[in-house]
Design a protein around this ligand. Structure first.
Ligand code: ADP
Ligand code: ZN
Length: 680
């Protein structure tokens, strides 16, 4: 049997358990009867899905929410898990497939609606199928006194006895009476193991600081806690060694720890840490799994953690004894770039990468929170609380301002350029910076060009960072980090909502020299995409990555962006053999669907208003290429047609149709006319 962590990452793509999940997963997988009370959004489903994968046989999931069941089944299937549902919404084929899977014993999760329990034959069918576990979602529906009462839920207790298998019940709302009723009806009065633990760790002080001189910041934090046991988490192995040394030089007792050390050396550190009072361990996240020292008085992050889940788990190692303990997390723009890059260079499918960017946004939201951090942290896990009085923001609330107008300008710059660009280029547009890329694409003719004079470049960077922190934008991994607007941004764009931003973020001076990067900020996401492709090919062929292409070849590709195989052959490191094996694959990564290389029809319009119009038509077209809902057959206008529309600027559908033809006018007409009228 594989351990839960390996499924957590391989199937679900998560790095860490959320608060509470691990204990529940272990109890359920150990075959115990369990009742878990978790807030909505806390991550209940994982607590039965993961044990289901660890066991032989099928796990039956009973839930009253049909849409939710179908979502979960779809999610599991895309993750490669055999799951099916028996609900009233099924097609005959879907039901057949479920039966076949059950008979063959390949189905891991079977979702059924409670009504199904009443059908004769269900119990018999389940008996034959070899059920490993019954999971009951929304278990409070068994309570006759609650307003969610489902009479069919009363059959579950009988089913459990008939099948004689463990049962795991989940609910978000359970006062003592409901709980007693659940125990009574689902577990026949024999109390299961109950998990009811708030996520809050009120004895932990929460604080974030912008990195300006990380070593000095860590040293001063540690100096104020001299003689107390603490952990410093770092993003790299090398850093654990330098910071440990700096701490020793400052008179602390400190050592480093990372997965690259010999097992024996690691064990020595672990033992010393558990025995010695006042030792500081400077470590990567490899340190922690086996740490159960109750009196760790502080935890500091020298680098931004990977996710909120990781943050919570790492700070949670402090103060297990319930006595006060302090935490400090440093973060800066470089950390964010680094984490984004890690996501983009990973091998996860696109939508998972997008979700990971969203999760990173949530962590940024915590870092750049406007009010009590604990409220934000617990809110992410679904709990609500009062302001805590034990975090840096409760102590010193940040200065804020109404950021609605700047954010709308930024959103409009994103939309007007078809969601094809990263923050760097968008900022150039907003502050009216006439770079070569701007003129080449005619972006100096956009209405948003130069409308953002209220901030300088650094100010706008802070605005974009906070927009990410509010999850208004996410980088699109398929477009090399180009920013896409999320649904959350729509009300602001439409002037139906306002947004408050932090002032201090705008005023921060970048005191540190810029980090050395391999390529410019604009080329970085493409380089990440090329590296991801290289890694996938290398893993497939079981060779080291550099065998496919060395770094410097990828760097040159990212910088020169070859558009044809001929141009690709010019890149150093691309010989005839490699051109044949990999040329097309990497070319696809580079050209993607980005209108990067101007068509001759477009080049003729350079420097004219029609040029900018052409680009916007092209962007609108790309958005509608598969129809308004992305479901239709792909369709596009020829470059010559677009050029004609941009030059003639027809004012009505009739004249537009004459230029495009009926079919194209039907798909693109309205949107094109909008572009033309905006340009007026
Ligand atoms: P609920 O408790 O309301 O049933 P879900 O099981 O639907 O919550 O989970 C809520 C969200 O949390 C989902 O988007 C899920 O992908 C995410 N999630 C669950 N567990 C983790 C984890 N360990 N790490 C990161 N995200 C998680
Ligand atoms: Zn607080």
């Amino acid at each position: 049997m594989q351990d839960p962590e390996s499924y957590l990452s391989s199937v679900f793509g998560f790095e860490n358990f959320r608060p509470g999940q691990e204990e529940i997963v272990r109890a359920v997988a150990a075959g115990k009867n369990t009742l878990a009370i978790m807030p909505t959004g806390g991550g209940k489903s994982l607590c039965f899905q993961l044990p289901a994968l660890m066991q032989d046989g099928v796990t039956v999931v009973i839930s009253p929410l049909i849409a939710l069941m179908r979502d979960q089944v779809r999610g599991l299937r895309t993750a490669g898990v055999e799951a099916g549902a028996l609900t009233s919404g099924n097609t005959a084929e879907e039901t057949d497939a479920v039966w076949t899977g059950l008979e063959a014993g390949t189905l891991k999760l079977l979702y059924i609606a409670p009504e199904r329990l009443a059908a004769s034959g269900t119990e018999r069918m389940l008996k034959r199928a070899g059920v490993a576990l019954i999971a009951v979602d929304e278990a409070h529906c068994v309570s006759q006194w609650g307003h969610d009462f489902r009479p069919d839920y009363l059959r579950i207790g009988g089913l459990r006895q008939a099948l004689d298998v463990p049962l795991a019940a989940f609910t978000a709302t359970a006062d003592a009476e409901t709980r007693a009723e659940i125990v009574d009806r689902l577990f026949d009065g024999t109390p299961p193991e109950i998990f009811l633990r708030g996520f809050d760790r009120p004895n932990l002080t929460l604080a974030f600081e912008v990195k300006n001189s990380p070593r000095a910041q860590i040293l001063s934090f540690a100096a104020a806690r001299k003689g107390q046991s603490g952990i410093v988490y770092c993003g790299t192995r090398a850093k654990t060694e330098t910071i440990a040394k700096a701490l020793r030089d400052d008179g602390h007792s400190a050592c480093h720890y990372h997965a690259g050390m010999a097992a024996e050396d690691r064990r020595i550190v672990e033992t010393r840490f558990s025995r010695e009072d006042g030792l500081i361990v400077v470590a990567t996240i490899a340190f922690g799994m086996g740490v159960d020292k109750p009196d760790i008085r502080w935890v500091a992050h020298a680098d931004l953690p990977k996710s909120i889940e990781g943050y919570y788990q790492e700070i949670g190692r402090a103060g297990r004894d319930g006595a006060p303990a302090d935490t400090l997390t440093l973060y800066g723009p470089d950390d964010i770039r680094f984490r984004r890059q890690q996501i983009d260079e990973g091998l996860a499918p696109g939508d998972r990468k997008t979700a990971d960017h969203g999760r990173l946004n949530a962590l940024l939201g915590l870092a750049e929170a406007l009010g009590c951090r604990r409220q934000v942290l617990l809110g992410y896990f679904g709990e609500t609380t009062e302001p805590c009085g034990n975090c840096d923001l409760c102590a010193t609330p940040p200065d804020t301002f109404d950021g609605t107008q700047p954010v709308r300008k930024a959103l409009s710059a994103i939309l007007r350029t078809g969601e094809y660009f990263g923050a760097g280029h968008l900022i150039d547009i907003l502050i009216g910076n006439t770079t070569e890329k701007i003129t080449q694409r005619g972006h100096d003719t956009l209405p948003t060009f130069g409308v953002g004079m209220e901030f300088d470049k650094r100010g706008w960077q802070a605005v974009f960072r906070q927009m990410a922190a509010h999850d208004l934008v996410r980088p699109d991994p398929d477009r090399f980090g180009a920013l896409r607007m999320t649904e959350a941004a729509r009300p602001i764009l439409k002037d139906e909502a306002t947004i408050t931003l932090r002032k201090d973020a705008l005023a921060r001076a970048p005191r540190r020299p810029a980090v050395k990067t391999l390529v410019s900020e604009e080329d970085a996401p493409l380089l990440s995409a090329l590296k991801a492709k290289r890694r996938a090919l290398a893993e497939e062929a079981r060779v080291p990555a550099y065998v496919i292409f060395p770094d410097r070849t990828l760097i040159e590709m990212a910088e020169t962006r070859p558009a044809t195989l001929d141009q690709m052959a010019q890149v150093s490191g691309v010989g005839a053999k490699k051109l044949e094996s990999y040329g097309r694959t990497f070319l696809e990564v580079i050209t993607g669907d980005i209108p990067d290389i101007p068509h001759p029809a477009r080049r003729k319009l350079s420097g004219q208003k029609a040029g900018g119009l052409y680009d916007r038509l092209l962007e609108v077209q790309a958005r509608l290429a598969r129809g308004p809902r992305g479901l239709d057959k792909p369709m596009r206008c020829s470059s010559a047609q677009l050029a004609r529309v941009a030059e003639a600027q027809p004012g009505d559908l009739g004249s537009l149709t004459r230029l495009l033809g009926d079919r194209h006018a039907e798909r693109f007409g309205a949107a094109f006319l909008e572009v033309l009228s905006e340009a007026g």
